[in-house]
Design a binder for this molecule. Sequence first.
Ligand SMILES: [Zn+2]
Ligand SMILES: [Zn+2]
Length: 334
Amino acid sequence: MKAGFYIGNQTYEVREIPDKEPQGDEVKIKVAWCGLCGTDVHKFQGKNGASLVVPPIILGHECSGIVVAVGPDCVNFKPGDRVACDPSYGCGKCTWCQQGYPNFCLIRHGVAKGFAEFVCPPEQNVYHVSQSLDLKAAAFVEPLSCVIHGLDLISLKSGKTVVMYGMGSIGSLMLQLIRHSGVAKIIVVERESEKRKLALQLGATQAVTSEEIEDISQGINVDYVIECIGGKATMEQAIQIAGKNGKVLLFGLGDPAQPITFNQFDAYTKELSIFTSYLNPHTSERAVKLLESGMIDTQKIISAELSLEDIGDELKNLVYSRKGKVMVYLSKEY
Ligand SMILES: [Zn+2]
Ligand SMILES: [Zn+2]
């Protein structure tokens, strides 16, 4: 089968590798779609994603597809089933898994490297999707499940004011969930005017620049700030503009070489809570349900549909990734 590798030194290559048959409870899935994630770009640029990167590695972890075979111990799937994957394996046995935190699993690793014609995750990482949900949208299960976990951590209360930074694909999903949570006001901070327009279309009350939010935040109490960029300046501003009793969620993947600073005294007088969010423990099923409900518009977020071969250029130049979500099709059938 074909698979898209990061082979080190900012080089991507599509290689032919041996096909594998499912063992144990594995589910062999013919991949239909796989999203290109910001962490794939990080890996390509020589930085780490959620885990240490040792090339050569197959990229992609946001995939959907059709089951073509199952291992002898698989119980819940059969050939022909339409599915989406949670790429992050939790062993279920280590101390963190026992405590309910598979995202901290001591042997956590990726089990659905979706830039490949087939993936073979264990069945615990596979989710049924209904006929009503097309497989392109189903490939959003992983990013959406991460967003759901982040929002769970800060437990948004209705009637409150939220400021959200960044209308990349994660911000665009986040915004739609915030909108459905009953908050009174959502102000999106975004530097590009096209994306500010998208923010208004997807339910923002206001869409402004980071200069503008500086003034706006003086006149209101910002109850929640959610940063979906990972920029040093925007993360620092997010903490600074949070109001009394504010909760700040630093969701964007920041650069470990660029630690942020903030005024702890100022944070103290506001009794701020600062949250971070790591992966997607126990949220994939809810992501499937949300996508099936039709409440989340994924099509508006997609900027390009590319082949496995096209991804090399995209990783270098980020032409479409700057505009929105890049989706990779592995098979034209779906
Ligand atoms: Zn991702
Ligand atoms: Zn574990």
